[in-house]
Design a binder for this molecule. Structure first.
Ligand SMILES: [Zn+2]
Length: 77
């Protein structure tokens, strides 16, 4: 699996809406790829912060979308 595919799966991975086999693939990749791991950490931190900020269980979709968009942009550079 390459980084691009992992990045695509990472939102499902965080939401735990990922198939077992794919989850394993992502986790295997995260063990060997520091870049994806740091992206995952960034997303989780942001989600955690916005949850605290909005006092909601779910992060507003708008924020989630912006976040993933920014990550993809950054990633392309
Ligand atoms: Zn990677």
């Amino acid at each position: 699996m390459n980084c691009k595919k992992v990045i695509k799966l990472i939102s499902d991975y965080i939401d735990k809406e990922i198939e077992e086999t794919q989850r394993e693939i992502v986790e295997e990749h995260l063990k060997i790829c520091r870049r994806c791991l740091s992206i995952l950490n960034t997303i989780e931190k942001t989600i955690f912060l916005s949850k605290t900020l909005y006092k909601r269980k779910k992060v507003p979709k708008r924020i989630e979308k912006t976040l993933y968009y920014q990550i993809r942009i950054r990633y392309k550079k």
